[in-house]
Design a protein. Structure first.
Lengths: 343, 406
C-alpha cells in the first residue's frame, strides 16, 4: 500500500509536466488545426527564462568589506548582488532565493510575446498547408530555438535551485498514518503538482466561464459559422496560441528545479507529449490532461522493482505499450472526436 | 531506346543517375587539395558511403510516405534491425557481407510485416504515433533487456572469442568475396586527389539496383494503386477495393529498404548501436524525404545527400578555416564576420539546418525537386500558362467566410 501511494506521488510531477505540455499542444491543434512540433522548445525556453531570471537577480558587483581581510592582510573584496544592496541584505537574499517562482511573472509576458510572434510570423501561413509541412516547419523552428539557447547558455545542464523553503522532503506517510520515513516526497514536486492543477483549472475555467472562452470553444467546434456571425475568430485563436505558449513556458519555469535545464529538454518532452495528446484523443482537452497523468503514473508504477522483476524492461516501454493498446482498442484515443486528423 | 522494361524517358533518367552515381568521387571533389575551398570537398569514402546508404533509406521511405501518404515515424527501427542482423552474421559466420545483407532484408521485412499489420489499422497521426511507439519500444528494449542480443550501450561488435565458423586467415574487416570494403584506390591529378573506395562502389551499385526497383514500382499498376490511396482512400473503399494489402505491401517494402540500409551501415563499419533506432533517426529520414520532395523519384536522394553534406561539411568549418577565408578583410570586419558565422557553422551547424528546413518548407513546398524544376523552367522560359482558361474557369470570388475582416 505505501509503495503504491509513493508511486502515485512520483508519477504526479512527471504527469503534471506531460499534462501541461499536452494541454498546450491540444489547444493549438484544436483551435488552429496546426501540429506544433516547436511546443517542446517553448517548454525549454520557459525553463531558460527561469535560469536567466536567477542569473539576473544574482548579478553582483564587488565591494570592499573593511571588516574582513584576506590572507595577505588586505581588505577583502566581496561580491554583493545588486538586489541586496538596493533592498537590504535580508530582502535581497529572499528575492534571489525565490527567483524561480518570481520568474513566472517574467515568463508569462515573454512567452505570450513569443507565442504571438510565432503565430503571426510563421504559423499563420501554414493553416491550409498539409500537416507534414506544419510538422517540418515547426521542427525546423524548434531546432533553431534550441541552437540559439545552446549558443547563449552552453550545452551543459544548469542547476536552478528551488527556494530554500521547498528544498527538503516531507514525510507524507506519517501524516496519513503510515510508519515514518516510508513515504517521503520532495516539497517542490508537490508544489509543481499543485501549480499544474491550478494552471489546468485556470485554463478550463477561462474556456468555460468567460465570453472569450465561449467564443473560442464555438470556434473550435465550427470555425466558419463563428466567422459568419461577425466575430474575428483569427485574432482570438492567435491569443489562444499565446496562452498555450505561456502554459508551456510556465510549466518549464517551474520544472527547472526538478530537471536542470539543458537545450534538448524540449525535444525529450515533445515526443512523449505527442504520445500523450494522441492517447488522450486529438483535440480533446480533458483527454490530454487525463492521459498525461495516466501515463506519468503508469510510468512510475512500472519502474517499481516488484513490477520489473515480473516483467523485465517494462519500465522502458510501458508508455508506448499503453499507447498502442489504447489506440488499437479506442481508435480515437481516450476522448477524441470523430473525424479529427484521420484524412 | 528501351531498357529493362522502362520507357525511353525513364531509361535516359536511369542512365543519368547511374553515371552520376559512379562519377560521384570525381564530382564531389571539385576543389584542389590545400586550397581554401577544399573544406567543401565531399569526395571522401566515409561521406560518400553515407550518401548512398541514406539515399537507399530515403528511397524506401518514399515508397511508403511519398506514394501512400502514410507518415511513419518509426522507420529507424528497421535500420537498427538490419545493422544488428549483419553484425550477428559477422559474429557467427565470417566477415563476408553476403550472409548478412540478404538476411537483414528478410528480418526487417518480417518485423515490418508485424508492425505494419498492427499500425496500419489506423491512419493519419494515429498511424504515425503507433509506428513511433513501436520504434521507441525497440530502442528502449535494445538498450535495456535485450542486452544479450544487442550488447546494450556498448553496441554490438565482433570480439575475438566469437565463433566465426567460416573465418579464413587474415580476415579482419567486412568484405564481399575478398573485396575489402574499407580499401580504396587513390588517383592524383595535379592538385586534385580522387578516392575510389570499394565500399562506396559496393553501396552505390546496390543503390542503383534499388533505385531501379523503386522506379519500376512508381510506374507499375501497384504504384498507381498506392497513389490512389494517397489521393482518396475513402473513394477506393467505396469502389470495393480493400486497400490494406497494398499499404501493408508498401510498408513491408520500405521496411526492407530500411533494413538493407542498416545492413550496409554495418557492412561499412562492423558496429551496431541502439541509437540507430531512436526517433531522431526516424525523424531524419522524414526530413530528408520532405526536404528533397516527397513522392518524386530523385527527391529523397537529393534530400539525403543535402542533409548528410551539411552535417559533415558545415560542422567541420572552424575558426582556423574561417580565418583562412577572411584574412584579406580589415581586422575589425574579419572578427565581426567570424563572430557572426559562429551561429551557423562548426558546432552550431544545426542552426543552419533548421533555418534551411524552414526556408525550404515556406518557399518550396515541393522540396528541392520543385526548386530545380522552377529554375529549369526559368531558364527554358516556358513557364506554365498562368492559371486555367479564364472563360471556362471564372475567377474565384472569395466566400464570405474566407475574408478576413468584414
Amino acid at each position: 500500500m505505501d509503495a503504491i501511494i509513493l508511486q502515485i506521488l512520483n508519477g504526479l510531477d512527471k504527469g503534471s509536466a506531460y499534462a501541461l505540455i499536452a494541454l498546450g499542444l491540444t489547444l493549438i491543434f484544436g483551435t488552429l488545426g496546426v501540429v506544433n512540433f516547436a511546443h517542446g522548445a517553448l517548454f525549454m525556453i520557459g525553463a531558460f527564462v527561469a535560469v536567466s531570471v536567477q542569473r539576473l537577480l544574482s548579478l553582483s558587483f564587488e565591494q570592499i568589506d573593511s571588516t574582513k581581510t584576506d590572507f595577505l592582510g588586505n581588505p577583502l573584496k566581496v561580491k554583493v548582488p545588486y538586489v541586496e544592496s538596493w533592498f537590504g541584505p535580508e530582502v535581497g537574499a529572499t528575492i534571489i532565493d525565490w527567483s524561480v517562482p518570481l520568474a513566472i511573472i517574467v515568463a508569462i509576458p515573454v512567452m505570450l510575446l513569443v507565442g504571438f510572434v510565432m503565430e503571426r510570423g510563421l504559423i499563420k501561413h501554414f493553416y491550409k498547408r498539409p500537416h507534414a509541412d506544419q510538422i517540418l516547419v515547426t521542427f525546423g523552428l524548434a531546432i533553431v530555438l534550441q541552437e540559439l539557447v545552446k549558443y547563449f547558455f552552453g550545452a551543459n545542464p544548469i542547476q536552478t535551485p528551488a527556494p530554500d523553503a521547498f528544498t527538503g522532503s516531507f514525510d507524507f506517510g506519517a501524516m496519513i498514518g503510515f510508519d515514518p520515513n516510508v513515504i517521503i516526497y520532495p516539497y517542490w514536486r508537490l508544489v509543481y503538482f499543485g501549480f499544474a492543477a491550478v494552471v489546468i483549472g485556470a485554463v478550463f475555467a477561462f474556456l468555460q466561464f468567460t465570453t472569450f472562452g465561449m467564443v473560442v470553444r464555438a470556434g473550435m467546434a465550427d470555425r466558419e459559422t463563428v466567422g459568419l456571425l461577425g466575430i474575428n475568430i483569427d485574432r482570438r485563436f492567435t491569443i489562444m496560441f499565446g496562452i498555450a505558449a505561456a502554459v508551456a513556458g510556465i510549466a518549464g519555469v517551474m520544472y527547472a528545479p526538478i530537471l536542470s535545464p539543458n537545450y534538448h529538454m524540449g525535444m525529450d518532452f515533445l515526443v512523449l507529449s505527442f504520445v500523450v495528446v494522441v492517447v488522450g484523443g486529438m483535440g480533446s482537452l480533458p483527454g490530454a490532461v487525463a492521459a498525461g497523468f495516466l501515463l506519468g503514473i503508469l510510468q512510475s508504477f512500472a519502474s517499481m522493482n516488484e513490477v520489473k522483476s515480473v516483467i523485465p524492461g517494462i519500465d522502458q516501454v510501458i508508455i508506448y505499450l499503453v499507447a498502442i493498446i489504447i489506440l488499437l482498442t479506442r481508435p480515437r484515443g481516450l476522448m477524441g472526436r470523430a473525424g479529427v486528423m484521420e484524412e | 531506346m528501351k531498357f529493362l522494361g522502362l520507357s525511353a524517358k525513364d531509361t535516359r533518367f536511369l542512365l543519368i543517375v547511374i553515371l552520376l552515381t559512379l562519377a560521384t568521387p570525381i564530382i564531389l571533389q571539385p576543389f584542389p587539395e590545400g586550397s581554401g575551398l577544399a573544406t567543401f570537398n565531399a569526395g571522401y569514402p566515409d561521406l560518400m558511403q553515407r550518401f548512398a546508404i541514406f539515399g537507399i533509406f530515403a528511397i524506401g521511405f518514399n515508397i511508403l510516405f511519398g506514394l501512400t501518404g502514410y507518415l511513419s515515424f518509426g522507420h529507424a527501427a528497421f535500420l537498427g534491425i538490419g545493422s544488428y542482423t549483419v553484425v550477428w552474421m559477422y559474429k557467427l559466420l565470417d566477415y563476408n557481407v553476403i550472409w548478412g545483407l540478404p538476411l537483414a532484408v528478410v528480418t526487417s521485412g518480417l518485423f515490418a510485416l508485424l508492425i505494419g499489420y498492427i499500425s496500419l489499422r489506423r491512419s493519419g497521426i494515429y498511424f504515425s504515433i503507433l509506428t513511433l511507439a513501436f520504434a521507441q519500444m525497440s530502442y528502449n528494449l535494445a538498450y535495456s533487456v535485450l542486452t544479450p542480443i544487442t550488447n546494450g550501450e556498448t553496441g554490438l561488435q565482433v570480439y575475438s572469442n566469437d565463433p566465426q565458423v567460416l573465418i579464413s586467415e587474415g580476415e579482419t574487416s567486412p568484405h564481399f568475396f575478398g573485396i575489402v570494403m574499407n580499401e580504396s584506390a587513390k588517383l592524383n591529378l595535379g592538385d586534385w586527389q580522387f578516392t575510389f573506395n570499394n565500399g562506396y562502389y559496393f553501396t552505390a551499385i546496390i543503390a542503383i539496383v534499388v533505385f531501379y526497383i523503386s522506379l519500376r514500382i512508381f510506374r507499375s499498376p501497384f504504384g498507381l494503386m498506392l497513389r490512389a490511396i494517397k489521393t482518396n482512400q475513402t473513394r477506393l473503399n467505396y469502389t470495393g477495393i480493400n486497400t490494406r494489402p497494398y499499404t501493408l505491401a508498401a510498408f513491408v517494402i520500405s521496411g526492407m529498404y530500411a533494413g538493407l540500409a542498416g545492413g550496409l551501415m554495418a557492412a561499412m563499419d562492423p558496429l551496431a548501436g541502439a541509437e540507430r533506432m531512436q526517433w531522431t533517426a526516424s525523424g531524419e529520414v522524414v526530413l530528408m524525404t520532405i526536404l528533397g520532395g516527397a513522392g518524386t523519384l530523385m527527391g529523397p536522394i537529393l534530400g539525403a545527400g543535402f542533409i548528410k553534406y551539411f552535417e559533415n561539411i558545415f560542422s567541420k568549418i572552424n575558426d582556423q578555416v574561417l580565418h583562412g577565408w577572411f584574412e584579406w578583410m580589415p581586422d575589425g570586419l574579419e572578427d565581426f564576420i567570424i563572430g557572426l558565422s559562429h551561429f551557423f557553422v562548426g558546432k552550431s551547424w544545426h542552426l543552419t539546418l533548421g533555418l534551411l528546413f524552414m526556408l525550404v518548407v515556406i518557399f518550396l513546398p515541393g522540396g528541392l525537386v520543385e526548386g530545380g524544376t522552377r529554375i529549369w523552367h526559368a531558364i527554358r522560359r516556358d513557364r506554365k500558362p498562368k492559371g486555367p482558361d479564364p472563360e471556362h474557369h471564372p475567377e474565384h470570388i472569395p466566400h464570405v467566410a474566407e475574408k478576413e475582416e468584414f
